[in-house]
Design a protein. Sequence first.
Length: 305
Amino acid sequence: MTDGIEIFDRGAVRLHRDRAAKTIAGNDFLFGEVAARLSDRLADINRKFPLAADLGGHGGILRWTLGDDPAHADRIGMLIETDLSPEFAARCSGPSLAADEEALPFGRETLDLVLSNLSLHWVNDLPGALIQIRNALKPDGLFLAAMLGGDTLTELRQALMEAEIAETGGASPRVSPFADLSDAASLLQRAGFALPVADSDTITVTYPDAFALMRDLRRMGEAGAVRERPKHASPRRLMFAAAERYAELFADADGRIPATFQILYLTGWAPAASQQKPLRPGSAETRLADALDTKEESTGEKARR
């Protein structure tokens, strides 16, 4: 996630999503689950949002989820959905457009709310995208997003690496890298968001074998798109070796394998004069030592004991 470095092939990401638009209806479980969790988080915020945008709409999954939740009735006015994939954008039921998260089409201070459900992990310049999002928000506007984190598909990554080393003596980047939780928190601050919060949870899905997992990833549009990935089809023996290694390392008693998806949640507000500010150091009117009924000592005094 470094400025100026193109980690992902955005053309490949678009192509994968265009293909997935035809099959997403039966393979949207992960997007639907995370959309429900985003909806719950948004329900905790007592605010109306006249104009909102969903970055990476996947054909309308987040819109449907918000619409099914009574907590959001009359809270969101117009929701504009965008997607890198024209095929996904065309499947949205409301206002939508094909747009790149790295070059947002929104004017400065035009939106009250920006949402994103499992899309920003494919952005090369994530710091730049976050700055664009913050600029597009009105003062005190809200940014709420979910993206895949660094522990995602750790089992598949290990199985592929060990199998390729055994077969060829080297390893290629076959599973996309994702940001860590600490990266997400610092990027929100770097982009200028007020009251930034980043946290995570984990969703574990089980499959009969590694091939079923890889089929699901393709049908979701989440196949690998690292720019330095091998451009030729992987040898069948390598894929069978990886599947066998996956089962050896991680299969349960029934022979099913787990797939870990770490979800990072990012929350931040566009700065506004009305927001709470941290107190100036030394401005407290009550001493912590008095509240705890203890004696205050400097670090120097403690060190000399």
